[in-house]
Design a binder for this molecule. Sequence first.
Ligand SMILES: [Mg+2]
Ligand SMILES: [Zn+2]
Length: 162
Amino acid sequence: MRNLEKAVFLDRDGVINYDVGNYTTSLKEFDVLEGVLETLKSWFDRGYGLVVITNQGGIDKGLFTEDTVTAMHHYLQGLCNLRGFAIDAFYYCVHHPEASGRCLCRKPGSLLVEKALHRFGLKPENCVMIGDRERDVEAAVGAGVRGILIEQNRGISGISPF
Ligand SMILES: [Mg+2]
Ligand SMILES: [Zn+2]
């Protein structure tokens, strides 16, 4: 685990990989958006932690399994490793309110953001969350972290989080 003083929290679908409009249900559908890996590497090299925080309620709905999500994250991590950097942590919520019911971890809930802050001993004011939905920003703000809302599937090139 890297010692972090600052970090970028990232939503996954629509920010890192192409959001097909519903759920990303298989590794085959997991397409990393253009420029994402290069941008993540530039932030990593500047000392920013990289933490993915994603709702994966499709697991609860039985659309795909947790193993599929793990495979996607291994695949993404592998692409990062090939470029000489790594994502520091992945957090995901497996729940969906229409399946097993409400939970605390699903965004706009702030629990996963708070967990990430706690795990790395990060101050909220030294972090930022990038998402493509209002609920990503809400989850961040609930934990005292600034949120940046970007257009879905635009990628993160040219975004300066700090
Ligand atoms: Mg998204
Ligand atoms: Zn949850």
